[in-house]
Design a protein around this ligand. Structure first.
Ligand code: COA
Length: 262
């Protein structure tokens, strides 16, 4: 099992090695209370591409306390790129992971060959019921988050498993994640992003509504939007083929040099 030591802590990452030389790998970053298991096999094992999917500190199999700001998580991500000797990667982020990807693209543009932003936004204010509930009634709040995170059409076993992953996250780590999201706001800075960007938004996403995805597409200079019809916040697990196809098409365009800024 692959682990890297980052800031003295053991960090887990899943690795699928099938890349062609010269093509930047895809680094997948999960959202609040998630782990690499929030990425479906169709994305973690994208044909012809080296794909990393990390567990952020305090999540999944990674050690640590978790962080309380997007900037701190982005530092961990950059340190992982260093540890893996990756000068550049396409950063794919879901929800909080998208915020981490956006932050890295703004602060370390030379490390970001492209962005894949799934179910996320340039500002991620969090319902007070979530922020307070994590501290007062953890399991009921995990239930609330889970109910909001999935489309009504999502298969029940998938929703149940998703809730279990969130419930396994220590409450302090989950609170740190949502605190980090709540303070995140780069709405006025998106025009500085140079990386070619794919935005994927679900029409039934209740945690990061499609409006957020449209805003990203409208304000990032080199962005395109793929809409997942009926997709909830966990659209990549609900409709893995559609999301993986969108990512594969984007990466093919990137490899072919078709997405360079005009
Ligand atoms: N992209 C585009 N527009 C955004 C945005 C984004 N990322 N974030 C906020 N906005 C818009 C809102 O739609 C709103 O527009 P409006 O005034 O036309 O209605 C405005 O900016 C202000 O919104 P917000 O900053 O979110 O403050 P608020 O006090 O209106 O709402 C919440 C606060 C928490 C109720 C709201 O953000 C929400 O429902 N969030 C989704 C649920 C959640 O907790 N998600 C977790 C994300 S990790």
């Amino acid at each position: 099992m692959p682990y890297a030591t980052i800031h003295g802590r053991s960090l887990f990452y899943a690795l699928h090695q099938e890349g062609e030389p010269g093509h930047p790998p895809l680094m997948l970053v999960h959202g609040a209370g998630g782990s690499h298991l929030h990425w479906p096999a169709q994305l973690r094992r994208l044909p012809g591409r080296t794909v990393y999917a990390l567990d952020l500190p305090g999540h999944g199999r990674s050690e640590g306390e978790g962080e309380r700001s997007i900037a701190s998580y982005a530092e961990v991500l950059e340190a992982l790129l260093d540890a893996l000797a990756l000068p550049q990667a396409v950063i794919g982020g879901h929800s909080m992971g998208g915020a981490i990807a956006l932050h890295l693209a703004l602060t370390r543009p030379e490390r970001v060959a492209g962005l894949v932003l799934i179910g996320t936004g340039a500002r991620l204010r969090v319902l007070p019921a979530i922020l307070e509930g994590i501290q007062t009634d953890f399991l009921a709040t995990v239930d609330l988050i889970t109910r909001m995170a999935w489309s009504p059409d999502a298969p029940k076993p998938l929703v149940q498993r998703g809730g279990e992953i969130t419930a396994q996250t220590p409450p302090t780590v989950l609170l740190g994640d949502f605190t980090a999201c709540n303070a995140f706001d780069v709405m006025d800075r998106l025009d500085q992003i140079q990386a070619p960007t794919l935005v994927v938004g679900g029409t039934a996403d209740r945690l990061t509504p499609l409006k957020y995805a449209r805003y990203l597409e409208a304000h990032i200079p080199n962005a395109r939007l793929v809409t997942i019809e009926g997709g909830g916040h966990m659209m990549m697990l609900e409709q893995p083929q559609a999301v993986a196809q969108a990512v594969a098409d984007f990466l093919a365009g990137l490899d072919a040099g078709e997405l360079a800024p005009s």
